[in-house]
Design a protein around this ligand. Structure first.
Ligand SMILES: *Cc1c(COP(=O)(O)O)cnc(C)c1O
Length: 359
């Protein structure tokens, strides 16, 4: 029996991906030359489809990296000379913060109290911050930050660039790209693909900052620095040999998302999230870690399980349903449930039914 994966990444494969993978094999995509015209067409197609799907301004750049984690390091190296500021709502925000320190920047942070929620008025951004890093949806805690709050922080700090980690909320999260500078995601979460590809979307302002740092003699890193990525992207190529297979699949999946329509994807995501949160609210055993609805993730739910989550996970697994463990030290206290486009309403109803029987 094939299982349904509600794990938060890698997750359930998008229903059309097996067929696209077969097509890729049959049409020699695995041997495709990444300096050839066919690859360039695929790169151009992804940029076009992504911009159409997410309403990204034409002048924004789309680069391929290896992962979401890589995007954090590239953003710091290419846009921060000295000071970055991080709004941390969980382990992934902390990773961004640690990355900045690891590459020798002076990073400061505001750690959000998950129980209380997020109040942008409490956050005082240092005046010298060159970059404000936000994890829009932290997969370790299931906390989302409304984009309106991010825009406000941006308005109050017009000199800082805004970087947004959307690894586990894309394509659901609705962003006004004109108000942010770097947005990144990887494909093994909301795009229902195997892991191994990161995508970075950059504003002209972020590119300009990289240019300025380069002029000043700051080292931007090696082959994946923004200037080099841009140089290759201008001819729809990458500096290195990229994950061509994943890039091919991404083009196909984006085609499907466009056909479904982003509005429908967003509405379905919210409907399924509501089913789940309503179900848990009516129980004694299950409590969302994030209490305030405004901050409850629509795409990665983190639920604390009274009495521990281990037995529940085993029980669900026997029924062919895989849910994620809690993150880190909460491995056996929480379950994490992904709600991505690959998860149908029927999948979610079956999950709820299975948890009901377990109870
Ligand atoms: C998974 C995840 C990452 C890391 O992405 P990788 O592609 O695994 O490197 C970063 N941020 C968030 C919010 C994530 O969920």
């Amino acid at each position: 029996m094939k299982s349904t994966y509600f794990t938060v990444g890698p997750s359930q494969i998008y229903p059309t991906v097996p067929e696209y993978a077969r097509q890729a094999l049959e049409s020699d995509i695995f041997s495709l030359n990444h300096r050839g015209a066919q690859f360039q067409d695929i790169y151009a197609s992804i940029s076009r489809k992504l911009k159409e799907l997410l309403s990204i301004p034409e002048e924004y750049a789309v680069f391929f990296l290896s992962s979401g984690t890589e995007a954090m390091e590239r953003i710091i190296e290419n846009t921060v000379e000295k000071n970055s500021f991080h709004i941390v709502t969980g382990t992934f925000g902390d990773r961004f913060f640690q990355t900045a320190k690891e590459v020798g920047r002076n990073a400061s942070q505001y750690v959000v109290d998950i129980e209380k929620g997020f109040d942008e008025h409490c956050i005082s951004v240092p005046k010298d911050a060159e970059l404000i890093a936000v994890t829009q949806n932290d997969t370790s805690t299931g906390m989302q930050i409304p984009m309106e709050a991010v825009y406000k922080i941006g308005e109050q700090n017009p000199n800082a660039l805004i970087a947004v980690d959307t690894v586990s909320s894309m394509p659901y999260v609705d962003i006004d790209y004109s108000r942010v500078d770097a947005v990144f995601f990887s494909v093994q979460k909301g795009f229902g693909m195997p892991a191994g590809l990161g995508v970075l979307i950059l504003s002209p302002r972020a590119m300009k900052k990289a240019d300025e740092l380069h002029q000043k003699g700051v080292t931007l890193g090696s082959y994946h620095n923004f200037l080099n990525l841009k140089k290759y992207a201008q001819k729809q190529q990458t500096p290195d040999t990229p994950n061509v297979f994943a890039i091919y699949l991404l083009d196909c999946v984006l085609g499907d998302f466009l056909q479904d329509g982003i509005q429908a994807i967003r509405e379905q995501t919210e409907e399924k999230a509501k089913l789940l949160y309503d179900f848990f609210a009516a129980t004694e055993t299950f409590k969302p870690l994030v209490k305030d609805k405004v901050y409850q993730s629509q795409t990665t739910l983190v639920i604390s399980v009274e009495g521990g989550s281990e037995q529940l996970q085993k029980d669900l697994k026997a029924k062919g349903i895989i849910v994620g463990s809690g993150y880190g030290e909460h491995k056996n206290d929480h379950i994490r449930i992904a709600n991505f486009p690959a998860h149908s309403r029927e999948n979610v109803e079956l999950l709820i039914e299975a948890i009901q029987t377990y109870q």
